[in-house]
Design a protein around this ligand. Structure first.
Ligand SMILES: [Zn+2]
Length: 115
């Protein structure tokens, strides 16, 4: 029986620590960097999309103080947005209350998707 080797990887950009299978770890790292990493949050080439018909729109000022209170990771996830467009960049409430992430001023809203 071959056992699955797990490696711990800390993203050099956002500091998130992940447990990755040794085999395929490069793909997993690239996936993180392209899709999940907070380094993408403030990037210039955002693919703005119209707001989806589902999901609840909050201003950043409403959302962030309620992370860990009204919004917790197990309840859903959010996307960085403006009042009429979404950047499609996923965030979790703990990004704000654990990692104390700073969001670029161009993101004025969060679209929240309840599970
Ligand atoms: Zn990262």
């Amino acid at each position: 029986m071959s056992k699955i080797e797990i490696v711990e990887w800390k993203c050099p950009y956002c500091g998130e620590v992940s447990q990755l299978r040794e085999k395929g770890q490069e793909e997993a790292k690239n996936h993180h960097l392209e899709n999940e990493c907070m380094r993408n949050w403030n990037k210039k080439n955002i693919k703005w999309e119209p707001l989806p018909k589902y999901g609840d729109l909050f201003t950043i000022k409403e959302f962030i103080p309620n992370c860990g209170l009204g919004f917790i990771d197990s309840d859903g996830f959010g996307e960085l947005a403006t009042k009429n467009k979404t950047a499609g960049i996923w965030i979790k409430p703990s990004d704000f209350y654990e990692k104390n992430i700073k969001v670029d001023k161009k993101f004025t809203h969060i679209v929240w998707f309840n599970r």
